[in-house]
Design a protein around this ligand. Structure first.
Ligand SMILES: *[C@@H]1O[C@H](CO)[C@@H](O)[C@H](O)[C@H]1NC(C)=O
Ligand SMILES: *[C@@H]1O[C@H](CO)[C@@H](O)[C@H](O)[C@H]1NC(C)=O
Ligand SMILES: *[C@@H]1O[C@H](CO)[C@@H](O)[C@H](O)[C@H]1NC(C)=O
Ligand SMILES: *[C@@H]1O[C@H](CO)[C@@H](O)[C@H](O)[C@H]1NC(C)=O
Ligand SMILES: *[C@@H]1O[C@H](CO)[C@@H](O)[C@H](O)[C@H]1NC(C)=O
Ligand SMILES: *[C@@H]1O[C@H](CO)[C@@H](O)[C@H](O)[C@H]1NC(C)=O
Length: 501
């Protein structure tokens, strides 16, 4: 954010609705029984369908901007360019002469359409603000690939090395500045929206790094979410890992698992043995993250309150009450809400284009995570930094710069720092979101505000409003709208004052 307020020298109204930096979709890379190597792709199961624009209320035009490869050096290679995708909607814009606002969504690790279609809040509020909407794709994701193609861009670290949060911030700043110039809208205030990793583009509170947030926070919150539905649910899941471990270590065990969990024949025994636990872990933590009050399709099509539904499958299984039927029930809620999976394919798929995150996890995004058996329903685990280093070396030939993010953006003593340097930020966090442990949960001053929803999940405030939204969600959005209004009012007043001089 600092990047482009400096460039513009005008008010940077920022709204950062997120949970620190973590990414919604990123798998916490842990060194536990649930092994996520940094090269592992996501498991999303067979039922995944990419949100399609045709069923979405998000309408936009697609544009490309010629973006510079490297903002931070002047060696010849840095002058190369690539096409950066952005989506735009001017239906409600009041125009440049009215100095109407521009609402910008700073893209995350995936297709920009995916985030756009899951950020209905901006579409919902555009009319009352007469705002233009702009959604900018993050470099190295979706169609915004340097070096001509994803294959070339991802070939090795000599190309992937241009993927970083700082380059992405500079891309956003450059594009916004150019767009405003093209529209002769230099005086239009810009409000930046970002969720999850996209939220760092608004202000970079990065509390999931170093030792700032307790190392068990993520999985503890997932566990607490399940426990809040029923103690039995928590206990059954906690007790399942040893059983899975034992069963996946013998051919007979694997055979029973295959049958009970209806795993596709195309999945090899070896693959199942190494990845079944991770496949279930994905389901638990993603359900917790996206424990929305209405049915939604963000990471995966899911019913309203998926955690409750998964616990129901455990507490009142439709078949027998043995563990495998319970686990099948859980998988069926998470991976088969559409009813379209004839069997479960636990092999990775990447429908949202998140692959580059693996490289980011190997360079700057080092978020230590572990499991404390006293609080977590997942197997005991510690954070093994050396293991991360080794797997990153072997995957990309790079080593993480473990403390670079906090060196660059800060994160330690966040209250003190934000008090001195920040203005116009809203931090929204839902406490059921496992990432909320790394979020800013207390007001800093009148202009840097925390909105905390006890019942909320990962940037739930960003979703399209629906008639079934609970009151707490409506209240959070109403508060956000009124804060943005007050910022804009102040901006226009200051602008008028300055033009009088
Ligand atoms: C990376 O890939 C490019 C193009 O394929 C190749 O020329 C270069 O030697 C590779 N660099 C490394 C470090 O492997
Ligand atoms: C601004 O206009 C120029 C010239 O038409 C164009 O090349 C550029 O892509 C535009 N910028 C943006 C952000 O669309
Ligand atoms: C998915 O749900 C449908 C509809 O309920 C069911 O027919 C199908 O067997 C389920 N798939 C699996 C793998 O259980
Ligand atoms: C959990 O793992 C740590 C580190 O390996 C070990 O010290 C501790 O005893 C383990 N606790 C349990 C309950 O297994
Ligand atoms: C909050 O702090 C920032 C940074 O010092 C300052 O610019 C802003 O005016 C403060 N806001 C209020 C309402 O005190
Ligand atoms: C605008 O100017 C008036 C008169 O000098 C002053 O009272 C007011 O505080 C100023 N408002 C802002 C937002 O700067």
């Amino acid at each position: 954010m600092a990047v482009y307020s400096a460039i513009h020298g005008l008010l940077c109204v920022v709204i950062l609705i997120l949970v620190s930096i973590g990414t919604s979709e990123s798998v916490p890379l842990k060194s536990s029984l649930i092994r996520f190597s940094p090269t592992r792709k996501w498991n999303r199961g067979a039922a995944t369908v990419l949100a399609s624009a045709s069923v979405s209320a998000a309408k936009y035009d697609v544009r490309y901007y010629t973006q510079i490869l490297d903002h931070f050096s002047f060696v010849p290679e840095s002058y190369q360019t690539f096409q950066q995708k952005y989506l735009i909607n001017s239906d409600h814009w009041g125009g440049a002469s009215a100095k109407s606002p521009i609402f910008v969504y700073t893209g995350n690790e995936g297709f920009i359409e995916w985030f756009t279609e899951n950020t209905g809040f901006m579409f919902d509020i555009a009319p009352q603000f007469k705002a233009m909407l702009v959604f900018i794709e993050h470099r190295f994701y979706g169609h915004s690939m340097p070096f001509g193609s994803q294959k070339a861009a991802y070939s090795n670290s000599s190309t992937l090395g241009f993927l970083s949060s700082a380059q992405a911030l500079a891309d956003f700043a450059t594009l916004i500045t150019d767009l405003k110039k093209n529209l002769s809208a230099e005086d239009s205030p810009v409000v930046v929206f970002g969720g999850s990793y996209g939220g760092i583009s608004s202000s970079a509170p990065i509390l999931y790094f170093d030792n700032i947030t307790p190392i068990g926070s993520f999985d503890d919150t997932v566990s607490e979410d399940f426990r809040s539905e029923s103690e039995n649910c928590f206990k059954v899941i906690k007790g399942s890992w040893n059983v899975i471990d034992e069963m996946t270590s013998t051919p007979e065990g694997l055979k029973s698992l295959r049958k009970a969990l209806r795993i596709c024949k195309s999945n090899s025994d070896n693959y199942i043995a190494g990845n079944l636990a991770g496949w279930l872990y994905d389901a638990y933590y993603t359900a917790a993250m996206t424990d929305y009050p209405v049915a939604a399709n963000f990471v995966q099509p899911l019913p309203a309150y998926p955690v409750k539904q998964m616990c129901k499958a455990i507490d009142n299984p439709s078949g027998s009450t043995d563990l495998l039927s319970q686990l099948y029930g859980v998988a069926n809620v998470y991976y088969n809400y559409t009813g379209r999976s004839s069997c479960f394919d636990i092999r990775p798929s990447d429908p949202h284009g998140e692959d580059g995150w693996q490289f980011q996890a190997c360079t700057e995004m080092v978020m230590p995570m572990a499991d404390d058996p006293k609080k977590s329903m997942f197997p005991n685990s510690t954070f093994d930094y050396q293991e991360r280093v080794d797997s990153c070396e072997s995957a990309y030939g790079v080593q993480p710069r473990r403390h670079w993010i906090t060196t660059q953006y800060g994160g330690h003593h966040i209250k003190r720092v934000l008090k001195n340097f920040a203005s116009n930020i809203i931090f929204f966090n839902g406490l059921r979101d496992p990432w909320s442990g790394g979020g800013v949960l207390e007001d800093i001053n009148e202009s840097v505000v925390a909105i905390v929803a006890k019942e909320g999940a990962h940037h739930v405030d960003f979703r399209f409003a629906t008639k079934d939204d609970p009151q707490w969600l409506k209240d959070a959005r109403t508060k956000e709208i009124s804060i943005i209004k007050s910022w804009l009012q102040q901006y226009y007043m200051e602008l008028q004052n300055s033009s009088l001089i």
